[in-house]
Design a protein around this ligand. Structure first.
Ligand SMILES: *Cc1c(COP(=O)(O)O)cnc(C)c1O
Length: 359
């Protein structure tokens, strides 16, 4: 706090990203990165772009990348917006498309960046309680609102909502912008991308950080009606004309051109998740059904904070959210088969030494 701060800055409570520890050899299962590397073709394309061309500014429209994304998702390039990670794309959406005359709606347990953007852009919001088992019920979103946003699958629960349900929500809210944040969709949920042609109020965001294993490159995008995309371009060009650098544009495009690698690694994550959930069940954990590259899990007889600390002492890092309603859960990223073995071994050791509290 300083007297030089603007009054708004003093009121913010910024997002706290998961830790990126500097220690080597940790089993890092706390920030939902992909345990497999990026496509070798993406790496080669980035390497090939490291040359004298870096002298020049990149294409402000990233049109080569937009073309690849449009073709992949069966839309026109003017229905695609690209940004510096989907977090930036989401920030622009909050600023450009959410209204201020009624609160926007999102689930009570969800991506903790949403209330942060509301604070930054002074948007009122109302959280909508999830149902039993963290299920999202679209009927709960039938009330006056300035916009609706939720991740599908939801974060940090991993639970997905079916495309038919999303369509029902869109039909009930024709006058609001509805944003489906599909950061994890490739790990087992149904994408709403196919609905953008029918619903001019729908925006779908995706990222290359999770299923494409390029969190370090910072590329995300939105797909929707060209009028919505134009609003995002207006914000971008009032802020930073070049959110994607030359390496990001070519690397992201190359990642989409390596479909076999994508299919192979995403299936490996899904298989690893299935195996991990079975092992967690055997240890007595209760795990929310996940369509993502992480699980949300609790042990009925062991405190989540103590389990997380015990894991950490053995070099395994997972994420805990100190929030009412979810403070007994751990969010654990799906690792490789070897990382999952290390996790299960560490968990077994922790459960053996931490006494279960009296019932
Ligand atoms: C990871 C994540 C994002 C943002 O990812 P970027 O790396 O900024 O593209 C957006 N929404 C949710 C729910 C996420 O978990």
């Amino acid at each position: 706090m300083s007297r030089f701060w603007s009054p708004l800055i003093a009121t913010l409570s910024p997002y706290v990203p998961g830790e990126q520890p500097k220690i080597a050899n940790l089993v890092k299962l706390n920030t939902n990165e992909n345990p497999y590397g990026p496509s070798p073709k993406a790496l080669a394309a980035i390497g090939a772009a490291v040359d004298d061309g870096l002298r020049l500014y990149p294409d402000p429209d990233a049109s080569a990348l937009k073309q690849v994304l449009a073709k992949y998702h069966g839309v026109q390039p003017n229905q695609v917006f690209v940004g510096n990670g989907s977090d930036e794309v989401l920030a622009f959406i909050f600023q450009a498309l959410f209204q201020h005359d009624a609160p926007i709606l999102f689930p009570d347990v969800t991506y903790s960046f949403y209330p942060v953007y509301c604070g930054l852009y002074q948007i009122a919001y109302r959280t909508v309680p999830l149902r039993a088992g963290f299920a999202l019920a679209v009927e709960d979103y039938q009330r006056l609102n300035g916009g609706i946003i939720f991740p599908n699958p939801n974060a940090p629960t991993g639970r997905a909502v079916a495309r038919d349900e999303i369509e029902r929500l869109l039909q009930a809210n024709p006058d609001s912008v509805v944003v489906v944040d599909e950061a994890y969709v490739d790990f087992g949920a149904q994408s709403a991308m196919g609905l953008v042609e029918c619903y001019p109020n729908l925006l779908v965001t995706q990222t290359l950080s999770k299923s494409r294993s390029l969190a370090g490159l910072r590329v995300g995008f939105a797909v929707g009606h060209a009028d919505l995309i134009e609003a995002l371009i207006r914000v971008k060009d009032s802020f930073n004309s070049y959110p994607l650098d030359r390496l990001a544009i070519v690397g992201a495009a190359a990642a989409y051109e390596d479909e076999p690698y994508f299919q192979h690694t995403r299936q490996a994550v899904i298989d690893s998740r299935t195996a991990l959930v079975a092992q967690m069940d055997a240890l007595g954990f209760e795990t929310v059904p996940s369509a993502a590259n992480f699980i949300f899990t609790r042990h009925p007889a062991h405190d989540a904070v103590i389990v997380a600390a015990g894991l950490r002492a053995q070099g395994v890092i997972v994420r805990h959210f100190n929030k009412p309603g979810i403070d007994q859960y751990l969010r654990i990223t799906i690792g490789t088969v070897e990382q999952n073995h290390a996790l299960i071994a560490a968990l077994s050791a922790v459960l053996a030494v931490t006494a279960a509290p009296l019932a």
